[in-house]
Write a protein that binds this ligand. Structure first.
Ligand code: 13P
Length: 302
């Protein structure tokens, strides 16, 4: 059945001139059929550079929306509309507008994990891979509002020495990783390196050797000679880490760090999306143009 399913997906991909993009947290079988598996920055970039007519985006909603912001001429299919990002839902354009009214001179940096309308209200976007560079690109002395991820903002403030006004949003999967988890695994795996995602809480980041985006982790694992690495992020990344580094050992910091919505898209959903050319994600042109300006400013920097 699976072979039949895969055959049909490939046939439709050719017919529709489609590519499949998948985030590093997607189910293994989805990663295996994707043309590109990557972090938020890589996926945005490859959506905009591809000459496909159709992008099947396997990730969470804001990622498909970002692809649509960057590629208005392509059809962006999002195989399961229930796959939202709880962090992105912790801010609305209206609540950000209220904050901007209170601090009209501040520059707004928004993490890509946010709705298109919030990007449209922001000056510049960032991802976990480039947040430090984006903040450093803002002239010294300019005050900054960083939305919506508190932990990423706190990490960036620490690393850049810049004062950021932080939003109280958080990733429910990353905050499940506790400092005790890292300490326990370090005790069991003496000498193992620790890499964590910057959406983790400050106490966890303080125990890490490396703080990296998901693709940053994959690059680090490939390049380093470390045999054992403790991994502080959503456990979906372990699949690709092990596949690309069969001789190395990857230890999830916490088995509880699971993003349920990242696991919703199935092979059947991908097939049906290609058959029906739906569900499609399209951002209204008014919002798209303003959101695009904030994403483009980021892409010019990194
Ligand atoms: P990356 O851009 O590092 O892949 O992170 C995306 C994300 O949503 C992490 O929770």
């Amino acid at each position: 059945m699976d072979n039949e399913l895969l055959g049909r997906i490939n046939e439709l991909k050719r017919e529709r001139n489609a590519i499949i993009l998948a985030h590093n947290y997607q189910l293994g079988e989805i990663q295996d059929i994707a043309d590109l598996v990557g972090d938020s920055l890589e996926l945005s970039r490859s959506a905009s550079r591809s000459d496909a007519d159709v992008v099947v985006f396997c990730g969470v909603y804001f990622m498909a929306e970002t692809a649509s912001i960057l590629c208005p001429d392509k059809v962006v299919l999002f195989p399961n509309l229930d796959a939202g990002c709880p962090l992105a839902d912790m801010i609305t354009a209206e609540s950000l507008r209220e904050e901007k009214e209170k601090h009209p001179d501040r520059t707004v940096v928004c993490y890509v994990n946010s709705p298109a309308e919030v990007k449209a209200e922001s000056d510049i976007c960032c991802t976990s891979a480039n947040a430090i560079k984006v903040v450093e690109s803002i002239p010294e002395g300019r005050e900054i509002i960083f939305v919506p991820d508190y932990n990423l903002g706190h990490y960036v403030a620490t690393r850049t020495g810049r004062k950021l006004k932080l939003w109280p949003g958080y990733c429910p999967s990353h905050i499940r990783i506790k400092a005790e988890d890292i300490l326990r695994e370090k005790e069991v795996h003496r000498g193992a390196r620790v890499m964590v995602h910057p959406e983790c809480v400050g106490e966890v980041i303080a125990l890490a050797d490396e703080v990296l985006s998901t693709s940053g982790m994959l690059q680090y694992a490939l390049a380093s000679d470390e045999r054992e690495i403790i991994v502080g992020t959503e456990i979906g990344i372990i699949y690709r880490l092990r596949k690309e580094n069969p001789k190395k050992m990857f230890i999830p910091a916490s088995e509880q760090a699971i993003c349920p919505t990242m696991k919703l898209i199935t092979l059947e959903d991908v097939l049906w999306a290609l058959e029906d050319m739906a569900p499609e994600v399209r951002v209204s042109e008014e919002v798209r143009i303003r959101a695009r300006a904030s994403v483009d400013r980021m892409l010019e920097i990194v």
